[in-house]
Ligand binder design. Structure first.
Ligand code: 9D3
Length: 244
């Protein structure tokens, strides 16, 4: 997959894109990321990308012309028509289902906003407006990195076979079960005996139950859509009634 990122702060991206799994995905060729400085497509001496809002009001608005020119230039490169994603607080919330859909596309162009928002005439150039959640950031750059990270790990060959098999078969809409590593006793807390037993059936059953328990306790909103047996549903309900 190829991802183009358009931003007035291109220097934000390198450390995250060079590190760890994304860095490896890029080295292997599974992922290509190109970061573009929006100021390249300004035409005035001050390389202006924002201006005051018509009608008055606080803050500045991202000008349409530089973004249009940037999209004309960036979308012209390459064979496939990219999917243009605008990162805005008004966008549809990013979910793992959406991440999965986007990871199947050959090309994404991510446009990061700063200031109070985009001139509304930019929206017609986008296939999708995306938010990463209901909290206020200073711009779309971190959301663009979040999206790139979440998509990259689903590309073929990026995660190990074990991790991807896990992704496919497990979770089923539940939070993860508690995990432990050595030492078996630490700070007065012992690892649950079952995990030291070597009884793989008992371990699997314990993990499943703890995953259901945690989800019911912390994210009761996920229980309705989780893939549960009748017994698990009764168990979850009991926990949710207890604390809700
Ligand atoms: C006063 C109205 N604000 C909207 C909530 C203005 C505003 C705040 C923050 C306009 C832009 C921004 C910068 N945020 C983003 O560009 C952004 C964002 C976010 O703040 N939260 C979650 N997802 C995203 S995607 C882009």
């Amino acid at each position: 997959m190829r991802v183009d990122i358009i931003s007035i702060l291109p220097e934000i991206f390198a450390s995250v894109l060079d590190a760890s799994i994304i860095g490896r995905a890029r080295s292997s060729g599974a992922l290509e990321v190109v970061v573009h400085d929006l100021r390249m497509w300004t035409d005035d001496r001050h390389r202006t990308t924002d201006d005051q809002p018509f009608g008055g009001g606080p803050g500045m608005v991202m000008k349409a012309e530089p973004v249009y020119r940037a999209l004309d230039a960036v979308c012209a490169n390459g064979a496939q028509q990219p999917t243009v994603v605008l990162l805005t607080p008004q966008g549809v919330p990013l979910t793992q289902d959406l991440v999965r859909e986007l990871s199947a596309l050959p090309r994404l162009v991510l446009v990061c906003g700063r200031y109070e928002g985009f001139d509304d005439r930019i929206l017609v150039r986008a296939d999708l407006e995306l938010s990463i959640g209901d909290y206020v950031l200073t711009g779309g750059e971190l959301p663009a990195l979040v999206l790139t990270d979440s998509v990259a790990r689903l590309l073929p060959g990026v995660l190990g076979d074990e991790d991807s098999a896990f992704e496919e078969s497990f979770s089923q809409g539940l939070l993860e079960y508690p995990q432990y590593t050595r030492p078996a006793s630490f700070a007065g807390m012992d690892v649950p005996e079952v995990l030291l037993s070597g009884d793989h059936a008992r371990i699997a059953a314990w993990r499943r139950r703890e995953a259901v328990r945690r989800t019911a306790e912390r994210r009761p909103d996920l229980i309705a859509r989780a893939d549960l047996t009748q017994d698990e549903r009764v168990f979850a309900r009991r926990i949710m009634e207890g604390s809700g």
